[in-house]
Design a protein around this ligand. Sequence first.
Ligand code: SF4
Length: 418
Amino acid sequence: MAVSLYIHIPYCVQKCGYCDFNSYAGSRPDEQEGYVRALLREMERWAGRPELAGQPVPTLFVGGGTPTMLEGRHLAAVIAGARRLFAVAPGAEVTTEANPGTIDFEGDKLKLAYEAGANRISFGVQARQPHLLERLGRIHTPDQVEKAVAAARAAGFSNINLDLMYGLPGQTPAEFRETVDWALGLGPTHISAYSLIVEEGTPFYVDYDAGRLPLPPEEAEEEMFAEGKAMLEAAGFEHYEVSNFARPGHRSRHNQVYWRNEPYLGLGCGAHSFLELAAPLPNLGAPRPRLTASRVQGGAAVETAPGEPGQKYRFWNLKTPTAYRGAVERSDWPVEAGEVIDRPGEMAETMMLGLRLLEGVSEERFLNRFGATLDQVYGPKIEQLIVHNLLERADGHLRLTYRGLRLGNQVWQEFLQD
Ligand code: SF4
């Protein structure tokens, strides 16, 4: 069975005010070196396990954090190491994330990454206006974005994503239009447009709580989404996921693995995995109380031990780089905890994730995967969501309507397990 790979690089120059990702400001060269060594050791251990040995790897994604915080030789070693140790398929999509403020324009960082096998690059751009970039705590300028995209092209990358944001404090619809227009002018193959979510525990949350975060009114945010979508579609981009647009043939294959609820292995600190274990995984913590380690088969409860083979798990690695490195260096598995995903749980997740895609959930794929039709499992729920104009059926798929697209959370919640 194909398994995709995610590799986490936890370092950033500084923390952005809205960011709740597992990333840390600053890193010394020896820390980076030790972290990359630990990543390669973790890869080696997984490469020997049956879930990965010989299994095709269709996509590989180096994310963060900021992978381009690493020296070029380290970033290249991570990508080349994964390609050497795993059966990365010919033609696999190999992406690295990049921050335009960490590119050595005259140097060879991007060239080394490309030569090591990366064939797609994803830049965090967010906005064109310097005052918005500053408010977000971004380290780069618009000028650096332009130079970074040119440097990526010169290094060999032709598959380029730009991440944009809307609904930012003080942002107007005209500014978002200007950002989209400018981004299109840079000639990317893919654009992600995320609305700002104010996450608890971030400086933005503190500001929001204190009334110091002037978010645009709902109608202005709605206008940004609608106009951004119209501009991107007019430029030939397909809107294929709630926040993602691609030129034909350039949808993110890696992210589609997540949205289709297919298996992947996460490497590095805090990285999450979704995998059926073929052999016990020591150190996999006890399942969390919400999902117990027992499942019902033909009416009989079957008890399973943590890490038992034949079960699908979501599990995650130790969060901090120090804890993660410590475990790997002691030859322990760096797994912190995990939970069994039983069949109802997997069906619910398949719906929640799949309905993020504009094509929706394929009725046939659902039947082949679970041996039951969507209606057999969710009939009344689906009926109700169709009546409320949140879902519709088309081309053998169940998908969001335009209204559902704007009220996605309401729809996804419906499929949460009781
Ligand atoms: S660069 Fe990305 S990962 Fe790093 S702090 Fe900013 S948003 Fe977070």
